[in-house]
Structure formats: C-alpha cells, structure tokens
Design a protein around this ligand. Structure first.
Ligand SMILES: C[S@@+](CC[C@H](N)C(=O)[O-])C[C@H]1O[C@@H](n2cnc3c(N)ncnc32)[C@H](O)[C@@H]1O
Length: 435
C-alpha cells in the first residue's frame, strides 16, 4: 500500500491524465522474449491501478491477465473498465494484494509487468537501501514460471529531475528521489533476486500524461492528483510551489522554466527494464555445480588421494518420515539431489575410481528423529534444512496435517509407513580414489 498517496481519492481522477504509454513496447517485449504468441500468455499486472495497461495488453492480443493492486478504489475502476470493454472473460483474477507479498501460487505467470509502482514500495527510504523492493522481486521470481519475464517501467532517480513540474518543489524532489533506486541500484537488487537483467531502455516521450505540457496544470488540484509526487509535499511546500508558479506565470518566465527543466526527449520520462527469471533450481537431471565441485576436489587431491562424502541420496529422502508431511516440498527438494548412480557417474567423469556406495541404516544423524511431534516445534524444524527451504504457507499446511493426524491418532502409523531408516538408510557413504 502506498505510504504517502491516498489512492482511494486519486482513483476518481487518475484517468483524467494518465495513459498506458509504452504498452505496445511491453506487449512486443513479452512475446519476443518468451518466443510465444501473446494469445498463449498469462500476464500479471501488479500495481495495476485503474487497469490501463491490462486493457492495452488485452487489446494487443494477450490471452489472459490477472490484476492486483493494494487499493480498492483503483481496483474498482479497473473492474469497471474491463467490464465496459467486454474483457472480463480474459481476466483470471482481479484482487487486492500488498507488495512485497503476493497471494499467488508458485510458477503461475508467463510474464509480470509492474508500471510506476516502484517508488511506492519503501516505507522509510534512505536512498541507499531498498529492502521492500528486494523482497518484492524475490516474490516475483517465485510466482513467475521458469524462464518467465518481468517487465518493469518506472521513472528512475535521474529521470525525476527531467519531469519539468517536479522542479517547482525542489526540496520535495530531493526527498522524493530517495524513494527511487538509480539504474545501477536496481540492477544490483535484481541480480540479488536471481534475475538476469537486460540493458535498461529510456522512454523518450511525455505521453504517459495527457496534459504534460500544460504550463498551468500544477495549479489545478485534479491535475496534481495524477502525480503522487505532489502528495509527498507538505501543505506548506505545496503552497510555496504554487505561489512561485503563479509569479512565474505573471512575469512570463514559466515557459522558460519548463524548457529549462524538461528532459522528456533527452533523458526520457521513464525506463523499461526487461528481466528474466534465472533458473537456478536444478532440474533433477543435471548437476553442473556438483560436477565442478568434484573436479575441483580432484585437482587439489594428491595422486591416489581419497574423497569420502556422505549425503542423503534421492531415493533416501522418501524414507525420511517427516519429509512426507509436505510432499510438494519433497518433490522440489528431490530435484536438488542426485541419485547414487548420478553421483557415481559424476565421480567417474571427474577421474575418480569409485567404491560401492554404502547405505547407513540408522537415524542418529538427527537427534530426536523419531519424535513424531517434533515437526510442530520451530526449534526442531530448524535442525533440518528441508523445512527452511519451504515457503511459510507450505509449512503452515504441513503443521496442520501433523496436528490433524495427532488428534485423530494416525500420526504414529504415518511415521511407521514412511520411515525407511532400516531399509533405504538415511544417507550413503561414497569413497572415491583419485586416478
Ligand atoms: C502510479 S499508480 C500506477 C498504476 C498503473 N500501474 C499504471 O501505470 O497506470 C501506482 C499504483 O501502485 C499501487 N500500489 C502502491 N503501493 C503498492 C503495494 N505495496 N502493493 C501493491 N500495489 C501498490 C497503488 O495503489 C497504485 O494503484
């Protein structure tokens, strides 16, 4: 939710001035980057406002959209607009969502677009740290399909100084600029959130706002409502700005002021960022990092040296009873883990002679393994990384399942059914000799 702009009020006037500038470019980027026709794609419009960009994308041929915004007034306008344009059948969902969280399932969208929302995200911006922005991008990564694309447009820090009427309130402009990362900042934040970033691209136009060159626009309250920048000013700052505009108007210097401060056609009024979701998660079949690790170990070992490793292998995870409480997490985890044969192949590939792997048929690697109520305790769950890589929602569901089994008396038989300590073993020893 915007911490400074009252979008409930703004929703009544937003469409007087704002237009979905660059929507054609966004549609083009999405289809080209994904290599699929627009009609086959599902796009999430986050911070959709009154839905202008969603409507434009649907008109360009996008198959399905989901819209989300923190403000009900903006969502109501969006819904009315989609209804009027007869677009509701292509809308999968339209709902309230407050970033940095998203109430959507993992890997749902082919593309996400976020237009002019970035500067609303931080509650206490110091201009150097953008923790909510970072969390937001991580969340985008979660709900994007593998190889999905994120298109973000925003007026970036340096571009704020090229919107001519922001310079009417210079102290507000300096304060406001702390809300917005520089291009370099955003690229770093995005990379830390596992996105691959393409070169940012400036939009050299002013048509995101109908009446951009109306020199007297800022004197009008409904005009100012099209720019959350003005909500960031105190009453006094706003009054002073209006007074100084009025005197420029009277002494004929207002046009010069606009020309001097306008950067619409040089630095542009906003920037496109095109971002690809990086597929860092292993696919369960290829393990390049493990392979590299074995090769690196081979390099530092003396000839004839020994590599001894222990690890729970793919099949053995199914025999760790508590992993079965959250089967979807288990299926994801399994993709990170090679089978015994995979490990042997990789060791051979790195020039090791491998002895027969040996399963360890005990459960004493984890203190209190057989405590069937252990998963209900956070400190117990902390002992195993299986729980730490599950999203909170899945943990919550897992805990509910354990509680239900506890209350209906089936928890013990669940344990007995899934525990394979004495058959599969809980981990495997591998001994390999450097050739
Ligand atoms: C400038 S408007 C942009 C609307 C639309 N994307 C467009 O470009 O026309 C900013 C929108 O971001 C929404 N917003 C602000 N903070 C948000 C948050 N934390 N989570 C979700 N939406 C947010 C506001 O409610 C508002 O609708």
């Amino acid at each position: 939710m915007s911490v400074y702009a009252d979008y409930q009020k703004v929703s009544e006037h937003y469409d007087d001035g704002r237009r979905p500038a660059g929507a054609d470019v966004i549609a083009g980027l999405i289809t080209v980057k994904l290599g699929k026709p627009l009609k086959d794609l599902h796009v999430l419009d986050i911070g959709c406002g009154t839905g202008n960009y969603s409507v434009a994308l649907l008109q360009h041929g996008v198959g399905k959209v989901t819209l989300a915004d923190a403000n009900r007034g903006m969502l109501k306008k969006a819904k009315e607009k989609l209804e009027l344009g007869n677009h509701l059948h292509t809308v999968v969902d339209i709902r309230e969502a407050v970033l940095p969280s998203l109430p959507f399932q993992d890997q749902t969208y082919d593309a996400i677009m976020m237009n002019q929302v970035l500067h609303h995200l931080e509650s206490d911006p110091d201009g150097n740290h953008f923790p909510t922005t970072q969390k937001t991008f991580k969340e985008f990564n979660r709900v994007l399909k593998p190889d999905g694309v994120l298109i973000m447009t925003n007026t970036m820090k340096h571009q704020l100084y090229g919107v001519w009427f922001y310079s009417i309130l210079p102290t507000v402009l300096d304060r406001f600029s702390r809300r917005v990362p520089s291009n370099d900042d955003i690229i770093e934040i995005l990379r830390n959130s596992d996105f691959d970033v393409e070169t940012p691209m400036s939009y050299l136009g002013h048509d995101w706002f109908n009446d951009y060159y109306n020199l007297e626009g800022p004197l009008n309250e409904s005009w100012r409502m099209g720019h959350s920048f003005f909500s960031y000013a105190s009453e006094e700052e706003r009054r002073n700005g209006i007074e100084s505009m009025k005197s420029m108007k009277e002494n004929g210097s207002l046009k010069c002021f606009c020309e001097e401060h306008d950067g619409a056609s040089s630095i542009g009024t906003f920037t496109f960022f095109v971002l690809h979701h990086l597929e860092l998660d292993p696919d369960g079949e290829h393990f390049p990092t493990i392979q590299e690790t074995f090769s690196a170990i081979h390099r530092v070992l003396k000839p004839g040296g020994v590599l001894a490793i222990t690890n729970t292998c793919k099949d053995q995870f199914y025999g760790v009873w508590f992993c079965n409480i959250m089967p979807s997490v288990l299926e994801r985890l399994i993709k990170r883990v090679p089978s015994k044969d995979d490990i042997i192949d990789m060791m051979h590939e790195s020039n090791f002679d491998v002895e027969t792997p040996l399963s360890y048929l005990r459960n004493n690697w984890l203190k209190d393994y057989s405590n069937i109520e252990g998963p209900l305790l956070e400190s117990w769950r902390m002992r195993d990384s299986f729980f730490s890589q599950a999203p909170e929602e899945e943990i919550r569901i897992g805990i509910e399942i354990v509680k239900t089994m506890k209350s209906n008396g089936t928890l013990k038989s669940f344990f007995e059914e899934h525990d394979r300590t004495s058959s599969f073993g809980t981990f495997t020893f591998f001994v390999a000799l450097k050739k």
